[in-house]
Write a new protein. Structure first.
Length: 314
């Protein structure tokens, strides 16, 4: 759902909650918690969501609209006196579900726990008593009503946000399969060097699973080797869950969008590349202490430009 034509007071609030001053993440940004209202964004889809709980890499959230005015009987209409912007809002409790943390973009407001509790327990039957400064929504009587279109569009938007590319994460008991293992014996390096236009040391990283395969690279490898694109894409070492949780936190969204614009790639590719670069950097550290992933990520992003690799004789 694209950003609606919001009241100016609400746009001012969004601007106040803008991106961090530090281009490599803002550690002062609040941690994700229940009762927070966030904007979720991926590609052209944007929607406001109220966080009802945090569960791993997802939040359980309900969408919120401001304009056009629409509601159904599982909505809670919140008066402007209960929002920081002073703008009334509609909370669609009937559309509550998981939203990936990786699509959260910017915090907007914090609502009371009484509103959170009402929304979290509204399905299948909402409580008759509503929090102060709110009212129950009115039922949609016909599928032809504009409110039905708004609800359907919200539902579709949330489905698309859930499909935003995720990072591969280590799962207990699951052994990774590298591209080298998939290809077996044969002239793999020369074949991939020619097809991908990469130097030998980068092809070796692809074969060992230590360099991520972007969709474009995976398509070329699949076409040249006869493997399926799905198998090729999965032939990469999965990342530690602690690193993934850090990289997917919204504090880094401005960094990924800036890097994507700089390098001429999409946000998912920028995030993927930085994740594996950080993973490789941590692998070179000495000692047995658990990596400080936020610190390692900052270190990777602030590193000097990589030197040109030595020229290879073909």
């Amino acid at each position: 759902m694209s950003d609606p034509v919001l009241p100016q007071r609400f746009l001012d609030l969004l601007n106040q909650a803008g991106g961090p001053a530090d281009p490599f993440g803002d550690v002062a940004e609040p941690e994700i918690a229940t009762g927070q209202l966030w904007r979720a964004r991926w590609d052209g889809d944007r929607v406001l969501v109220l966080i009802l709980s945090v569960e791993g890499r997802d939040v359980i959230a309900a969408p919120v609209t401001l304009d056009p005015p629409a509601e159904d009987d599982l909505c809670l209409v919140v008066d402007g006196s209960r929002t920081s912007s002073g703008v009334p809002a509609t909370l669609w409790a009937g559309l509550t579900g998981p939203v990936p943390i990786r699509v959260l973009d910017r915090p907007v407001d914090t609502w009371g726990q009484d509103v959170v509790h009402w929304a979290a327990t509204a399905v299948p039957v909402p409580a008759e008593e509503v929090p102060p400064g709110t009212r129950r929504g009115r039922a949609i009587d016909s599928a032809l009503e504009p409110a039905a279109d708004v609800r359907a569009e919200l539902d579709d938007t949330l489905d698309r946000l859930r499909l935003a590319p995720a990072l591969p994460v280590v799962k207990p008991g699951e052994a990774p399969i590298t591209l080298a293992a998939l290809l077996g014996k044969g002239p793999k390096i020369d074949l991939l060097r020619s097809a991908l236009g990469l130097p030998q040391h980068e092809v070796m990283k692809l074969l060992s699973g230590t360099r991520p395969l972007t969709p474009d690279l995976a398509a070329v490898v699949a076409a040249e080797t006869g493997l399926s694109t799905e198998d090729v894409t999965q032939a990469v070492l999965a990342l530690p869950p602690e690193l993934v949780a850090e990289v997917e936190h919204p504090r880094w969204r401005p960094t990924w969008t800036d890097l994507a614009a700089r390098d001429g790639v999409d946000e998912a590719t920028a995030r993927l590349t930085a994740s594996y670069g950080t993973f490789a950097l941590a692998g070179r550290q000495t000692g047995g202490a658990a990596p400080d992933w936020r610190g390692r990520l900052r270190q990777f992003l602030n590193r000097p430009a990589d030197p040109e690799p030595p020229r290879e004789d073909y």
